[in-house]
Structure formats: C-alpha cells, structure tokens
Design a protein around this ligand. Structure first.
Ligand code: NAI
Length: 297
C-alpha cells in the first residue's frame, strides 16, 4: 500500500517547539503537510515565553524541504486560540488537522493542590483544546473535513499520584473528544485522543532506565495515522509508548437490573454489577442508554 501522504493538508500542532509536538510536526511536514508550529516557548510549569523553540522547528522543517510557519500565541486564552487558527488561514488558506498537544505540569498532592495549579493546568490542557479547536471547527464543517487529535494521558485515564489537576484536564479532553466525534460525524470530522509516554523535558526525570526506549518518534506514527484522510475511527482513545499502540476504551458491564431496586439489592448483587465478562463498548450516550433500556425489557 502507498505511504500516507498529506499533500496540501494544513496542520496546526500546538506546543510543537519540542518533545512530542516537534516530532509530530516534523513527520507531518515530511509527508507534505503545511504546518503551523505553535509554541508559547515557556518552561515546563508554564511560566515564561519565547520564540526560539517554535522557530527552531520551523527552520528544521524548511531545511528538510517542508513548509511551516511559527506561531507563539498561548492556547490558554480564546484570543490565543483564534490567533493560532488565523495563522493557518492567513498563511495556508485552510485548516484540516489540529493536534492539541501543548501542555504544562504543576504537580502536587491533592492536599496541597492550590487553586493556581488547578487553573493553570486546566487552562492550557483542557480549555486550550477548546480555544484552538473551536475557531477551526466552522472551517472544518464548511469544508466537510477535519481531523482532531488531543493528547490525553494515563494520569487521567487510570490515575497517578500528585496529578489531580493534570489528570482531570486530560480526562476532560476525552469527554471533549467524544462529543466532537458525535457532532463532527456528519461533516467527516474525526476526533480521537492519545495517551502517550515519551522521553521529553516533561518526563526526563521520571522515566528512569526505560527512557531510552521511549523516544517521541515512536508516538508520532499513531498521530500521523489518526491525522490522515484514511483514519477509520472517531471518538476513540489509544495508548502509545515505545512503539506499542493499544486501544483504551470505556466498557459497560451487563450489570444488574431490578425495577424495584433497593440499596440492599445493590449490596447483594455487587459482584454481578462489577462482573466484567460480556461488557459492551458504547460509542456514545445514545448507545449506552439503549443498553440500559434493553435490560428493562
Ligand atoms: P514538552 O514540555 O516538551 O512539550 C509541551 C510544549 O507545550 C512545550 O514546548 C511548551 O512550550 C508548550 N506549551 C506549554 N504551554 C503552552 C501554551 N499555553 N501555549 C502554547 N504552547 C504551550 O512535553 P511533551 O512531553 O512533549 O508534552 C506534549 C504533550 O503530551 C503534553 O500535553 C503532555 O501533557 C502530553 N503527555 C506527555 C507525556 C510524556 O510521557 N511525555 C505523557 C502523557 C501526556
């Protein structure tokens, strides 16, 4: 089969001045996409800003014969999000792909999770995805084409100590992804989420001896496929690290049904309620409701 090409497609990649975003930008550009390399250029905790990081990736893309433009706006404000999308429209005339990748860390145990840590992290990861995706949405609807990939995390999907803010923001992106999948369906807009692990400045002190096997370049192939015209799925979540790709899904057990439910019946049937055999994977709220209705007869 032919390689996956992106000729003429315009991709916005947020936080692409380093780490995972840089790797995604280089691969999409190498495959013919016209890329907006967005990066605020601050520190891992979100403080500071600068133009060097995004510009260096644009230089790298251009040196390899690709086309890209740098943008230094923050994803964390509505004006920033609009400016990022406008950069794509002004430079390349359209927008086809958004990779919501910009991110920061402000870890603390829940006991010590101060409001500024919650706000800053929700602003960049979760609201940032809203602020960038929404101005692009009308263009994607108008052209009946769009691919949106949002960067979630196992910290939200499965839980991780010290990351209540980050985990909540990342799981919020899953909710956003699923609603965009429903609303985008009739416009050929597909939205999916990834939960990556890779050695970047964000994780270099955390991964220990495994770090050498976890290059960002081993996450990017999944992003590239989900960004492509041939992407067969929407509303889904994939775990990706070190060259392994796996699907993560929300399953619902058959459960226990009783039209005269009491707390005691819940207690007495709790093993059945939790029994994972014969689970189903609803694609949306309607499918989940239909499952519940099926048991009501
Ligand atoms: P990174 O720190 O190298 O990349 C994040 C980039 O986002 C930085 O270049 C930063 O300047 C930029 N950024 C931060 N705030 C911004 C804002 N307001 N506007 C625009 N750009 C902004 O770290 P990494 O690891 O490449 O992270 C990329 C994404 O992957 C993040 O969303 C992160 O949470 C997520 N992730 C990474 C994992 C890993 O193992 N590296 C694990 C799970 C998720």
């Amino acid at each position: 089969m032919a390689d996956l090409g992106f000729d003429g497609k315009v991709a916005i990649i947020t936080g692409a001045g380093g780490g995972l975003g840089r790797s995604h930008a280089l691969d999409l550009a190498r495959r013919g996409a016209l890329v907006v390399v967005n990066d605020l250029g601050g520190a891992v905790d979100g403080t500071g800003s600068g133009t060097t990081a995004a510009q260096a990736v644009v230089d790298e893309i251009k040196a390899a014969g690709g086309e890209a433009v740098a943008n230094y706006d923050s994803v964390a404000t509505p004006e920033g999000g609009r400016a990022i999308v406008q950069a794509a429209l002004d430079t390349f005339g359209r927008v086809d792909i958004i990779v919501n990748n910009a991110g920061i860390l402000r870890d603390a145990s829940f006991k010590n999770m101060e409001p500024d840590k919650v706000e800053a992290v929700l602003d960049v990861h979760l609201k940032g995805a809203f602020f960038v995706t929404q101005p692009a949405w009308e263009h994607m609807r108008g052209q009946s084409y769009g691919r949106i990939i949002s960067t979630a995390s196992a910290a939200g999907l499965f839980g991780n100590f010290g990351q209540a803010n980050y985990g909540a923001a990342k799981m919020g992106l899953v909710g956003l992804t699923r609603v965009l999948a429903v609303e985008g369906a009739k416009y050929n807009i597909k939205a999916n989420a990834i939960a990556p692990v890779a050695r970047t400045r964000m994780t270099e002190d955390l991964l220990g001896p495994m770090a050498d096997k976890l290059q960002p370049e081993l996450v990017t192939p999944l992003v590239t496929f989900l960004a492509h015209e041939d992407c067969p799925v929407t509303g889904e979540i994939y775990s990706v690290a070190g060259g392994r790709v796996a699907r993560v899904f929300l399953g619902v057990t058959p459960g226990f049904t009783d039209p005269d439910l009491t707390a005691e019946k819940v207690r007495d049937n709790f093993d059945k309620i939790r029994d994972e055999s014969d689970y189903e994977v609803p694609a949306n709220l309607t499918e989940e409701l239909m499952m519940a209705m099926k048991f009501l007869g």
